[in-house]
Design a protein around this ligand. Structure first.
Ligand code: KG4
Ligand code: ZN
Length: 340
C-alpha cells in the first residue's frame, strides 16, 4: 500500500495542507491571514476564526492538486505543538475528526522538527535535488524560535543552542515596527535592505556564551538610536529607511552566522541547513552560501514555499513517523508550549 500522508499546519496564522506520497510532497496549499496586518501582530482569537474558515477549502484544494480523494489517504499528520492554542485546536480537531471518519491513523507532529525536515523534502526536479544527508546541522529561525540543532536522523534531533529571549523573526518584526513598517516586518526589511548600505549604522551585538542567542538587546539598541536621531531630525527614518533595514538585517545575520561557525567547529558537521520563516531572508541565504563556500561547508536552504509555515513539512515529518509506526491516540490534545 502506498503511504499517502495528509499534513495539516495551523500553529499560528497560516492554514496549510499538503499531500505527501511515498516521501514526495505532491501538493502544498497555504492560506495566509492578512487580517493581522492592521493590528501589528497576530491576534490569537482572529487567527483561530480564520483557521476555521480556511481549513476545509485548503485541505480540499490540497487533495485536488494531488489528484486524489480523501478515501485514498493512509494517515493524517497535524501540528500538535507548539503554537497558539486556539489555532492548534482547529487543526488538531479537524485532523482527529477526519482520521476517525476515514478510519486511518493519526500522527502528531512537533512544529520545530517539521521546520528542520523541510530541508529533506524532495524538490521533485532531479537536477535541483541536492539534499543534506544525516547527520546535519540546522539553524531554525522563525517568529517563535531560534535554535541550532543536530539532526541525527529524521526522528532524532538534538538542540545545541537556542534563544534566551526574542526569536530572530521577532527581532525582524519588532525592529520593523519601530521603523513604522507593518506586520510581518521581516519580508519588508528584506526588501528594503536589498538597496541599503549594511554598514551605515552599527547596532550592539550580544555577548552570549555557548550556542545560545539573544535578540532583545538589538531591538532596544535600535529604539534608543532612533529616538536620539528623531529628536535631531524628525524625518530621519524616512530618509534612511533602506540603510536602517540593511544595517538591522546585517546585525541579525551576523549574530546567526557567528553561532553557526561555532556549531560547525564544535561538532565537526559541515552540512549546514537553515529553516523557518527567517530562512526565506535573501541576505541570510546569500551569506550562508558565501560563508559555506569559503569554509568548505555544504549549505542548504529550503525552497521558499517550505520556509514559512506550511503543510509540506508536516506531511514529510508525518511520513517518517508513519514509517516508524509513531501514531497518536485519538484523545491527544494540542500543547501551546513544548520544548524540542
Ligand atoms: O516559520 P514562520 O512562518 O512562523 C513561525 O513558526 O513563527 O516564521 C514567521 C517569521 C516572521 O517573524 C516573519 O517576519 C519572518 O518569519 N520572515 C522573514 C522573511 N519572511 C518571513 N524574516 C526576514 N526575511 C524574510 N524574507
Ligand atoms: Zn513555524
Amino acid at each position: 500500500m502506498l503511504a499517502i500522508i495528509l499534513g495539516i499546519e495551523s500553529s499560528c496564522d497560516d492554514t496549510s495542507a499538503a499531500i505527501c506520497i511515498e516521501g514526495k510532497v505532491v501538493s502544498n496549499v497555504t492560506a495566509s491571514q492578512k487580517i493581522h496586518e492592521q493590528y501589528g501582530g497576530v491576534v490569537p482569537e482572529l487567527a483561530s476564526r480564520a483557521h476555521i474558515q480556511n481549513i476545509v477549502p485548503v485541505v480540499d484544494t490540497a487533495l485536488k492538486k494531488a489528484e486524489i480523494s480523501a478515501k485514498d489517504i493512509t494517515a493524517i499528520a497535524f501540528t500538535q505543538a507548539p503554537g497558539l492554542i486556539g489555532s492548534l485546536l482547529v487543526g488538531s480537531q479537524f485532523a482527529k475528526s477526519m482520521a476517525m471518519s476515514l478510519q486511518v491513523p493519526l500522527i502528531a507532529v512537533h512544529h520545530m522538527q517539521a521546520h528542520v525536515l523541510a530541508n529533506v523534502i524532495p524538490s521533485g526536479e532531479e537536477y535541483l535535488d541536492k539534499k543534506p544527508s544525516f547527520p546535519f546541522l540546522c539553524l531554525t529561525v522563525s517568529g517563535g524560535h531560534t535554535q541550532i540543532v543536530v539532526a541525527h536522523n529524521p526522528l532524532h534531533l538534538e538542540v545545541l543552542g537556542e534563544t534566551i529571549d526574542d526569536a530572530a523573526g521577532e527581532a525582524f518584526d519588532k525592529t520593523a515596527k519601530i521603523l513604522g513598517l507593518p506586520y510581518p516586518g521581516g519580508p519588508l526589511i528584506d526588501k528594503y535592505a536589498k538597496v541599503g548600505d549594511p554598514h551605515k549604522f552599527k547596532f550592539a551585538e550580544p555577548q552570549i556564551p555557548d550556542l545560545n542567542f539573544s535578540f532583545s538587546g538589538l531591538k532596544t539598541s535600535v529604539l534608543y538610536f532612533l529616538n536620539k536621531q528623531k529628536f535631531e531630525n524628525p524625518h530621519f527614518i524616512e530618509e534612511n529607511k533602506e540603510d536602517l533595514c540593511a544595517s538591522v538585517q546585517f546585525t541579525i545575520i551576523d549574530i546567526l552566522i557567528k553561532k553557526l561557525k561555532k556549531a560547525v567547529a564544535q561538532t565537526g558537521i559541515n552540512q549546514v541547513c537553515i529553516a523557518g520563516g527567517v530562512s526565506a531572508n535573501s541576505g541570510l541565504r546569500e551569506t550562508l552560501t558565501k560563508v559555506g563556500a569559503e569554509l568548505g561547508w555544504e549549505t542548504f536552504c529550503p525552497p521558499f514555499q517550505y520556509c514559512t509555515d506550511n503543510g509540506g513539512m508536516i506531511a514529510i515529518t508525518g511520513y517518517y513517523k508513519y514509517l516508524s509506526g509513531e501514531f497518536a491516540d485519538l484523545n491527544i490534545s494540542p500543547t501551546a508550549r513544548a520544548k524540542w
